[in-house]
Design a protein around this ligand. Structure first.
Ligand SMILES: *[C@@H]1O[C@H](CO)[C@@H](O)[C@H](O)[C@H]1NC(C)=O
Ligand SMILES: *[C@@H]1O[C@H](CO)[C@@H](O)[C@H](O)[C@H]1NC(C)=O
Length: 169
């Protein structure tokens, strides 16, 4: 739930920062089956059934995401236990295979900053979280991946998610 929209916010603000421009000319392989059917975005839920957050779905509008437009992200998931302050996420953002960002984020703090509809402590239960971010117009035409690994304050696995988006035409 929370970590995802943080990842997108991070990704969006990073793209806006223009830091990705240097790397964007590198057209390294993007792991998608078959050139014709290349999806423009997607995600892999790399979590375990024992993780505290169980993702049900992740949708975006418009689909596919469009630079210069508002992107609304809707995530459905379940918190199997209460998520306390101190939960964190390790986020790696790559353009092609080039790592452009690696950072640890305080999930609860990011949720507050983003005015998320859900704040810590997050009680056990089913959630639908919707977040809108304005995607910068100048996102380079390149494949991005956001690798997100969330953990509780006690280092128990919270969520594992890989998101990819390809802005090549
Ligand atoms: C995105 O939404 C905000 C708030 O509703 C609005 O002010 C802004 O103009 C929108 N941006 C675009 C590109 O539509
Ligand atoms: C969150 O809300 C505050 C107060 O309404 C506003 O100043 C701030 O810009 C908002 N932040 C985001 C990321 O929307």
């Amino acid at each position: 739930m929370l970590p995802m929209h943080s990842a997108f916010l991070i990704f969006a603000s990073f793209a806006a920062g223009g830091l990705v421009n240097a790397a964007s000319t590198e057209q390294v392989g993007f792991h998608t089956p078959g050139k014709q059917m290349k999806p423009s975005w997607g995600y892999t839920n790399c979590g375990e059934p024992t993780d505290i957050i169980q993702l049900r779905s992740l949708k975006v509008t418009p689909d596919p995401p469009q630079p210069g437009k508002n992107l609304t992200i809707t995530v459905e998931g379940e918190a199997r236990e209460t998520i306390e302050e101190g939960a964190y996420a390790d986020v790696v953002v790559k353009v092609g295979r080039i790592k452009i960002l690696q950072r640890e984020f305080d999930i609860c703090e990011e949720a507050l900053k983003a005015n998320a509809s859900v704040t810590c402590p997050v009680e056990k239960g089913e959630y639908t979280v919707t977040q809108t971010v304005e995607l910068p117009r100048e996102i380079p035409p390149a494949p991005f991946t956001v690798e997100l690994r969330g953990n509780t304050v006690d280092d128990d696995p919270l969520v594992c998610l890989d998101i990819f988006a390809d802005f090549r035409k």
